[in-house]
Write a protein that binds this ligand. Structure first.
Ligand SMILES: [Zn+2]
Length: 56
């Protein structure tokens, strides 16, 4: 939890159109985001945090 908040922006690149945009970490952690152009895609392995490593 140190140095990390749910409001911390995460930079993502849309695989459909290549647009780079930011979403709050709490949104990215849901696993799906929508780029500004309306493409919805899954977020996997793009977060530097512990989102998918719970229980380690
Ligand atoms: Zn897009």
């Amino acid at each position: 939890m140190l140095g990390r908040t749910d409001d911390e922006p995460v930079e993502l690149e849309c695989p459909e159109c290549g647009t780079v945009f930011k979403v709050p970490a709490k949104v990215a952690e849901k696993g799906k985001v929508r780029c500004p152009r309306g493409h919805e895609f899954a977020v996997m392995g793009m977060l530097g945090g512990d989102g998918d490593r719970r229980g380690s």
